[in-house]
Design a protein around this ligand. Structure first.
Ligand code: SF4
Length: 316
Protein backbone atom coordinates (compact mmCIF):
# COMPACT_ATOMS: atom_id res chain seq x y z
CA UNK A 1 0.00 0.00 0.00
CA UNK A 2 1.19 3.50 -0.80
CA UNK A 3 -0.51 5.53 1.91
CA UNK A 4 -1.42 3.11 4.70
CA UNK A 5 0.98 1.41 7.13
CA UNK A 6 0.75 -0.67 10.29
CA UNK A 7 -1.20 -1.18 12.48
CA UNK A 8 1.58 0.01 14.78
CA UNK A 9 1.20 -0.44 18.52
CA UNK A 10 1.49 2.56 20.86
CA UNK A 11 0.53 3.46 24.41
CA UNK A 12 -1.35 6.51 23.19
CA UNK A 13 -3.39 5.07 20.34
CA UNK A 14 -3.28 1.30 20.85
CA UNK A 15 -3.23 -0.51 17.50
CA UNK A 16 -2.99 2.45 15.18
CA UNK A 17 -3.40 2.24 11.41
CA UNK A 18 -1.19 4.98 9.98
CA UNK A 19 -2.28 6.97 6.94
CA UNK A 20 0.37 9.06 5.19
CA UNK A 21 -1.13 11.81 3.06
CA UNK A 22 2.05 13.48 1.81
CA UNK A 23 5.18 12.86 -0.21
CA UNK A 24 8.30 12.89 1.99
CA UNK A 25 9.17 15.36 3.25
CA UNK A 26 6.51 18.10 3.06
CA UNK A 27 6.56 20.35 6.08
CA UNK A 28 6.19 23.90 7.36
CA UNK A 29 8.81 23.26 10.04
CA UNK A 30 12.33 21.83 10.20
CA UNK A 31 12.46 20.44 13.74
CA UNK A 32 15.85 19.57 15.19
CA UNK A 33 14.47 16.19 16.29
CA UNK A 34 12.62 15.23 13.08
CA UNK A 35 12.97 11.53 12.38
CA UNK A 36 12.50 12.21 8.67
CA UNK A 37 15.72 14.23 8.53
CA UNK A 38 16.08 17.90 7.62
CA UNK A 39 13.45 19.76 5.61
CA UNK A 40 15.20 20.48 2.32
CA UNK A 41 12.54 22.89 1.04
CA UNK A 42 9.60 24.17 3.07
CA UNK A 43 6.12 23.31 1.86
CA UNK A 44 3.52 25.84 2.94
CA UNK A 45 0.76 25.62 0.31
CA UNK A 46 -2.11 23.27 0.94
CA UNK A 47 -3.17 20.95 -1.84
CA UNK A 48 -4.50 17.49 -2.61
CA UNK A 49 -1.11 15.79 -2.95
CA UNK A 50 -2.69 12.46 -3.94
CA UNK A 51 -6.25 11.73 -5.12
CA UNK A 52 -8.43 11.47 -2.05
CA UNK A 53 -10.40 8.57 -3.55
CA UNK A 54 -7.15 6.56 -3.79
CA UNK A 55 -6.30 7.21 -0.12
CA UNK A 56 -9.80 6.40 1.13
CA UNK A 57 -9.89 3.19 -0.85
CA UNK A 58 -6.60 2.06 0.74
CA UNK A 59 -7.88 2.88 4.23
CA UNK A 60 -11.06 0.90 3.72
CA UNK A 61 -9.14 -2.08 2.28
CA UNK A 62 -6.82 -2.06 5.31
CA UNK A 63 -9.74 -1.83 7.73
CA UNK A 64 -11.40 -4.79 6.02
CA UNK A 65 -8.27 -6.96 6.17
CA UNK A 66 -6.77 -6.04 9.59
CA UNK A 67 -7.70 -7.98 12.72
CA UNK A 68 -7.61 -5.16 15.25
CA UNK A 69 -7.41 -1.42 14.76
CA UNK A 70 -8.04 0.94 17.70
CA UNK A 71 -7.41 4.19 15.83
CA UNK A 72 -7.02 5.31 12.25
CA UNK A 73 -4.30 7.96 12.42
CA UNK A 74 -3.46 10.59 9.81
CA UNK A 75 0.27 11.07 10.23
CA UNK A 76 3.36 10.70 8.15
CA UNK A 77 5.89 12.32 5.93
CA UNK A 78 5.46 15.93 7.02
CA UNK A 79 2.70 18.26 8.17
CA UNK A 80 -0.60 16.46 7.79
CA UNK A 81 -2.82 19.52 7.42
CA UNK A 82 -0.99 20.55 4.25
CA UNK A 83 -3.32 18.00 2.67
CA UNK A 84 -6.37 19.86 1.37
CA UNK A 85 -9.56 17.89 1.71
CA UNK A 86 -9.12 16.35 5.15
CA UNK A 87 -12.82 16.84 5.85
CA UNK A 88 -13.76 14.73 2.81
CA UNK A 89 -11.43 11.93 3.94
CA UNK A 90 -12.60 12.07 7.55
CA UNK A 91 -16.24 11.95 6.44
CA UNK A 92 -15.48 8.99 4.14
CA UNK A 93 -13.80 7.03 6.94
CA UNK A 94 -16.59 7.79 9.40
CA UNK A 95 -19.25 6.69 6.96
CA UNK A 96 -17.56 3.30 6.59
CA UNK A 97 -16.38 2.45 10.12
CA UNK A 98 -16.82 3.29 13.80
CA UNK A 99 -13.06 3.18 14.42
CA UNK A 100 -12.07 6.57 15.87
CA UNK A 101 -9.85 8.82 13.80
CA UNK A 102 -6.91 10.89 15.03
CA UNK A 103 -4.86 13.54 13.23
CA UNK A 104 -1.25 14.15 14.24
CA UNK A 105 -0.13 17.61 13.19
CA UNK A 106 2.36 20.30 14.15
CA UNK A 107 -0.58 22.74 14.36
CA UNK A 108 1.23 25.39 12.33
CA UNK A 109 -1.72 25.86 9.96
CA UNK A 110 -4.40 26.26 12.64
CA UNK A 111 -4.35 29.98 11.93
CA UNK A 112 -6.18 29.10 8.69
CA UNK A 113 -9.96 28.87 9.37
CA UNK A 114 -10.33 26.31 6.57
CA UNK A 115 -7.86 23.95 8.27
CA UNK A 116 -9.70 24.26 11.56
CA UNK A 117 -13.01 23.54 9.86
CA UNK A 118 -11.66 20.48 8.03
CA UNK A 119 -10.53 18.95 11.35
CA UNK A 120 -13.76 19.43 13.29
CA UNK A 121 -15.07 15.86 12.83
CA UNK A 122 -11.82 14.12 13.85
CA UNK A 123 -12.14 12.28 17.18
CA UNK A 124 -8.73 13.44 18.37
CA UNK A 125 -6.27 16.04 17.15
CA UNK A 126 -2.66 15.96 18.40
CA UNK A 127 -0.78 19.20 17.66
CA UNK A 128 2.77 19.98 18.81
CA UNK A 129 3.99 22.48 21.33
CA UNK A 130 7.70 22.26 22.08
CA UNK A 131 8.39 25.75 23.38
CA UNK A 132 6.74 28.43 25.45
CA UNK A 133 8.78 31.29 24.00
CA UNK A 134 9.50 32.60 20.52
CA UNK A 135 13.24 32.17 20.97
CA UNK A 136 13.03 28.49 21.88
CA UNK A 137 10.37 27.86 19.23
CA UNK A 138 12.76 29.18 16.55
CA UNK A 139 15.60 27.01 17.87
CA UNK A 140 13.64 23.77 18.12
CA UNK A 141 11.01 23.89 15.37
CA UNK A 142 12.85 26.16 12.89
CA UNK A 143 9.65 27.14 11.02
CA UNK A 144 9.27 28.47 7.47
CA UNK A 145 9.42 32.28 7.21
CA UNK A 146 6.20 33.85 8.46
CA UNK A 147 5.28 30.90 10.69
CA UNK A 148 5.93 32.71 13.93
CA UNK A 149 5.47 31.54 17.50
CA UNK A 150 2.62 34.06 18.01
CA UNK A 151 0.85 32.77 14.93
CA UNK A 152 1.26 29.18 16.17
CA UNK A 153 -0.20 29.92 19.60
CA UNK A 154 -3.04 32.05 18.17
CA UNK A 155 -3.97 29.20 15.86
CA UNK A 156 -3.96 26.67 18.71
CA UNK A 157 -6.16 28.93 20.86
CA UNK A 158 -8.65 29.46 18.02
CA UNK A 159 -8.79 25.75 17.29
CA UNK A 160 -9.55 24.95 20.93
CA UNK A 161 -12.45 27.40 20.88
CA UNK A 162 -14.03 25.68 17.87
CA UNK A 163 -13.11 22.02 18.33
CA UNK A 164 -15.09 19.81 20.70
CA UNK A 165 -13.15 16.54 20.23
CA UNK A 166 -10.10 15.41 22.17
CA UNK A 167 -7.24 17.89 21.95
CA UNK A 168 -4.06 16.14 23.01
CA UNK A 169 -1.02 18.41 22.77
CA UNK A 170 2.26 16.64 22.11
CA UNK A 171 5.36 17.99 23.84
CA UNK A 172 8.76 16.71 22.69
CA UNK A 173 11.11 16.95 25.67
CA UNK A 174 14.71 17.50 24.57
CA UNK A 175 17.61 17.42 27.03
CA UNK A 176 19.41 20.75 27.21
CA UNK A 177 16.86 22.59 25.05
CA UNK A 178 13.41 22.73 26.62
CA UNK A 179 13.83 20.73 29.84
CA UNK A 180 14.82 23.53 32.21
CA UNK A 181 12.32 24.62 34.86
CA UNK A 182 12.00 28.03 33.16
CA UNK A 183 11.32 26.55 29.71
CA UNK A 184 8.79 24.10 31.14
CA UNK A 185 7.06 26.84 33.12
CA UNK A 186 6.75 28.95 29.93
CA UNK A 187 5.19 25.98 28.18
CA UNK A 188 2.81 25.32 31.06
CA UNK A 189 1.66 28.97 30.93
CA UNK A 190 0.94 28.73 27.19
CA UNK A 191 -0.77 25.37 27.61
CA UNK A 192 -3.09 26.82 30.22
CA UNK A 193 -4.34 29.23 27.57
CA UNK A 194 -4.76 26.50 24.95
CA UNK A 195 -6.67 24.23 27.39
CA UNK A 196 -5.84 20.78 25.94
CA UNK A 197 -7.67 17.72 27.29
CA UNK A 198 -4.33 16.07 27.82
CA UNK A 199 -0.60 16.62 27.29
CA UNK A 200 1.37 13.80 25.71
CA UNK A 201 4.99 13.95 26.71
CA UNK A 202 7.23 12.30 24.11
CA UNK A 203 10.98 11.77 23.92
CA UNK A 204 13.43 11.90 21.00
CA UNK A 205 14.19 8.19 21.05
CA UNK A 206 14.81 7.87 17.31
CA UNK A 207 17.65 9.17 15.13
CA UNK A 208 17.52 12.97 14.77
CA UNK A 209 19.13 15.19 12.13
CA UNK A 210 20.89 17.42 14.67
CA UNK A 211 23.40 16.51 17.36
CA UNK A 212 21.84 19.00 19.84
CA UNK A 213 19.00 16.55 20.41
CA UNK A 214 19.52 14.69 23.66
CA UNK A 215 17.40 12.22 25.58
CA UNK A 216 16.38 13.55 29.02
CA UNK A 217 16.91 11.26 31.98
CA UNK A 218 14.09 9.99 34.18
CA UNK A 219 14.55 12.74 36.78
CA UNK A 220 14.03 15.43 34.15
CA UNK A 221 11.05 13.60 32.68
CA UNK A 222 9.38 13.50 36.09
CA UNK A 223 10.19 17.17 36.64
CA UNK A 224 8.52 17.98 33.29
CA UNK A 225 5.47 15.91 34.21
CA UNK A 226 5.21 17.81 37.49
CA UNK A 227 5.45 21.28 35.93
CA UNK A 228 3.27 20.64 32.86
CA UNK A 229 0.54 18.92 34.86
CA UNK A 230 -0.41 22.37 36.18
CA UNK A 231 -1.95 22.90 32.71
CA UNK A 232 -3.56 19.49 31.98
CA UNK A 233 -3.12 15.78 32.81
CA UNK A 234 0.16 14.50 31.39
CA UNK A 235 0.52 11.14 29.70
CA UNK A 236 4.06 9.97 30.30
CA UNK A 237 6.22 8.66 27.47
CA UNK A 238 6.26 4.97 26.80
CA UNK A 239 7.61 2.81 24.08
CA UNK A 240 5.03 1.01 22.01
CA UNK A 241 5.57 -2.56 20.98
CA UNK A 242 5.51 -2.90 17.25
CA UNK A 243 3.37 -5.66 15.82
CA UNK A 244 3.60 -7.12 12.34
CA UNK A 245 0.28 -8.34 10.99
CA UNK A 246 1.32 -11.32 8.86
CA UNK A 247 4.34 -12.95 7.27
CA UNK A 248 2.86 -12.66 3.75
CA UNK A 249 3.72 -9.03 3.08
CA UNK A 250 6.52 -8.67 5.63
CA UNK A 251 8.89 -6.70 3.39
CA UNK A 252 6.29 -4.09 2.45
CA UNK A 253 4.97 -3.85 6.03
CA UNK A 254 8.43 -3.24 7.50
CA UNK A 255 9.29 -0.81 4.68
CA UNK A 256 6.05 1.10 5.30
CA UNK A 257 6.80 1.47 9.00
CA UNK A 258 10.53 2.18 8.67
CA UNK A 259 9.91 4.89 6.07
CA UNK A 260 8.14 6.98 8.71
CA UNK A 261 9.73 5.73 11.93
CA UNK A 262 13.33 4.46 12.08
CA UNK A 263 13.10 1.02 13.64
CA UNK A 264 15.25 -0.09 16.53
CA UNK A 265 16.74 -3.43 15.52
CA UNK A 266 15.73 -5.01 18.82
CA UNK A 267 12.17 -3.66 18.36
CA UNK A 268 12.09 -5.33 14.95
CA UNK A 269 13.48 -8.58 16.36
CA UNK A 270 10.88 -8.57 19.14
CA UNK A 271 8.07 -8.05 16.62
CA UNK A 272 9.38 -10.88 14.45
CA UNK A 273 9.64 -13.04 17.56
CA UNK A 274 5.94 -12.52 18.22
CA UNK A 275 5.01 -13.10 14.60
CA UNK A 276 6.90 -16.42 14.44
CA UNK A 277 6.21 -17.57 18.03
CA UNK A 278 9.88 -17.30 18.96
CA UNK A 279 11.06 -19.65 16.17
CA UNK A 280 14.72 -18.56 15.92
CA UNK A 281 15.22 -20.07 12.45
CA UNK A 282 12.24 -18.19 10.99
CA UNK A 283 13.24 -14.96 12.71
CA UNK A 284 16.75 -15.29 11.27
CA UNK A 285 15.37 -16.04 7.78
CA UNK A 286 13.09 -13.01 7.94
CA UNK A 287 15.91 -10.70 9.04
CA UNK A 288 18.09 -12.08 6.26
CA UNK A 289 15.33 -11.54 3.68
CA UNK A 290 14.74 -7.94 4.87
CA UNK A 291 18.45 -7.18 4.84
CA UNK A 292 18.98 -8.79 1.42
CA UNK A 293 16.19 -6.64 -0.07
CA UNK A 294 18.63 -3.73 -0.08
CA UNK A 295 15.88 -1.38 1.06
CA UNK A 296 17.33 -0.69 4.50
CA UNK A 297 20.37 0.97 5.95
CA UNK A 298 21.55 0.42 9.52
CA UNK A 299 22.45 3.47 11.58
CA UNK A 300 23.88 3.46 15.09
CA UNK A 301 22.73 6.26 17.37
CA UNK A 302 22.75 6.59 21.15
CA UNK A 303 23.99 3.00 21.50
CA UNK A 304 21.03 1.64 19.52
CA UNK A 305 21.04 0.14 16.04
CA UNK A 306 18.26 1.45 13.79
CA UNK A 307 16.92 0.31 10.45
CA UNK A 308 15.94 3.13 8.14
CA UNK A 309 14.77 3.06 4.55
CA UNK A 310 17.54 4.10 2.16
CA UNK A 311 15.55 7.00 0.70
CA UNK A 312 15.22 8.64 4.13
CA UNK A 313 17.73 11.43 4.65
CA UNK A 314 20.48 10.28 6.99
CA UNK A 315 21.70 12.28 9.96
CA UNK A 316 25.19 13.74 9.41
S1 SF4 B 1 8.90 16.60 13.36
FE1 SF4 B 1 7.00 16.86 12.26
S2 SF4 B 1 6.68 19.07 12.26
FE2 SF4 B 1 8.81 18.76 12.75
S3 SF4 B 1 9.88 18.86 10.78
FE3 SF4 B 1 9.41 16.71 11.17
S4 SF4 B 1 7.49 16.34 10.12
FE4 SF4 B 1 7.72 18.57 10.35
Amino acid sequence: MKHVFGPVSSKRLGQSLGVDLLPSKSCTWNCVYCQLGRTKAFETERREFYPKEEILSEILDAVASSKKIDWITFVGSGETTLYKGLDWLIAGVKKATDIPLAVITNGSLFCDPEVRRELLEADAVLPSLNAGSAELFERIDRPAPGFSFERHIDGMRSFRQEYTGKLWVEVMLIAGLNDSDAALQDMADVLKEIRPDMIHLVLPTRPAPESVVGLPDEVLVQRAVFILSAAAPVLQPAKGEMQLGSADDLLDTVTGIATRHPLQERELEAALGKLFDGDAAKIGEALEMLHASGRFEKVRQGGELYWIVRTVQLPD
